[in-house]
Design a protein around this ligand. Structure first.
Ligand SMILES: Cc1cc2nc3c(=O)[nH]c(=O)nc-3n(C[C@H](O)[C@H](O)[C@H](O)COP(=O)(O)O)c2cc1C
Length: 353
């Protein structure tokens, strides 16, 4: 059975989960329009996960997905934390503040995972790491379709080996964090055009293409490469239902492909975003930056205060290389537009063959 039939979806369009930037309204609008809405729960507590899932369910009875970061809670030594805080102090000083040690470095993955099983979304998707076969079994027992994210064929095969039902193949064009969990981060910078067909050839489970897909032509191209669906983040970030504030929205509206870079300096994990003061400053010290989630937590308060001040210079402006093609229209309208464009592009390809 095809991916769309299995999930009961009308369209091969997944709204990418976007921790901190998606909302139940965004996910519900995409699901109601025939795609798959997703909630990035990487930084949502179990209570916040329950609240967000209930809000989607109140708005639509269509399938949706909850997404988690596969992560361990770190125990950094005090000297590492202090040195990182000293490096960030000049940035905090711009807002009259000092870096503080957060109450916790990240959410407790085991508690989030239990909540996911309890909430039984139609789809459970993951990034940053890989589940065990037992964890996948538990999700299957709860009736969830399990999707892992991969940036290389080796990672896609690893997800298939633990029993995932499908894999998101995420090319280097993609906005936000890289999902890389095996091997070298630089070597894992494979473009969508190269990664998707390689994963399709290597796997017997469906592949979902992600990275740089902004319109119906991109959907047709991904399907021609063998992907059964696409996952689009940056395109949906510009929708009014996303959670981003006015400063981020304005930066997104101005940005060109050449304005984005990947860096591990803001959070300790490679991610693609629009270059700004925060990226330039932290990048200059990238070799000393502690790994995710420690650096993420240490820059978190700075990013929150910058958001409150409407100052885009100190935000993490995650966005993909397709950013210039983002359209600030309501999510339901965007899905309808993407469907029309995809059907037109498919007809044009057929007519020219
Ligand atoms: C702001 C932002 C936050 C993201 N957060 C997550 C996340 O929490 N979990 C995840 O699996 N992917 C996350 N992603 C990746 C998207 O779900 C999607 O795969 C990616 O954006 C696709 O590439 P595109 O931006 O070129 O469309 C995020 C992307 C962005 C832009």
């Amino acid at each position: 059975m095809s991916l769309l039939d299995t999930l009961g979806l009308r369209l091969p369009i997944f709204q990418g989960p976007m921790t901190g930037s998606d909302t139940p309204q965004l996910a519900a609008a995409v699901s109601a329009a025939g795609g798959l809405g997703q909630l990035g729960c990487g930084m949502r507590s179990p209570a916040a996960m329950r609240e967000a899932a209930a809000a989607v369910r109140a708005a639509t009875d269509r399938p949706f997905s909850l997404n988690l970061f596969v992560q361990d809670t770190p125990a950094p030594d005090a000297a590492t934390v202090q040195a990182a805080q000293e490096r960030l102090a000049p940035l905090y000083a711009a807002f009259g503040q000092q870096p503080a040690t957060p109450a916790r470095w990240c959410e407790d993955f085991a508690a989030q995972f239990d909540t996911l099983v309890e909430l039984r979304p139609a789809v459970a998707s993951f990034t940053f790491g890989i589940l065990t076969a037992q964890q996948v079994e538990r999700l299957h027992g709860a009736g969830c379709f399990v999707i892992g994210t991969a940036t290389t064929v080796a990672e896609a095969l690893a997800w298939a080996d633990v029993g995932a039902d499908a894999v998101v193949a995420s090319g280097l064009e993609a906005g936000g964090h890289r999902a890389t969990f095996l091997g070298d981060a630089d070597a894992s910078m494979v473009g969508t055009m190269a990664l998707v067909p390689a994963c399709v050839d290597a796997l017997r489970i469906p592949v979902i293409a992600a990275g740089g897909i902004m319109d119906g032509r991109g959907i047709a191209a991904a399907r021609a490469l063998g992907a059964q669906a696409v996952q689009m983040g940056t395109a949906f970030l510009a929708c009014p239902e996303s959670a981003i504030g006015p400063a981020y929205r304005a930066a997104l509206a101005r940005a060109q492909a050449t304005d984005t870079r990947t860096t591990r300096a803001i959070t300790g994990r490679h991610a693609r975003g629009i270059v700004n003061t925060l990226m330039r400053h932290t990048d200059a010290q990238v070799d000393q930056v502690p790994a995710y989630p420690v650096q993420n937590a240490l820059t978190g308060a700075l990013r929150r205060v910058a958001a409150e001040a409407g100052n885009a210079d100190y935000l993490a402006l995650w966005a993909g290389q397709g950013v210039a093609a983002a359209r600030a229209v309501p999510a339901g309208e965007l899905v309808a537009l993407l469907e029309r464009e995809w059907r037109d592009a498919s007809k044009n390809i057929a007519a020219s063959a």
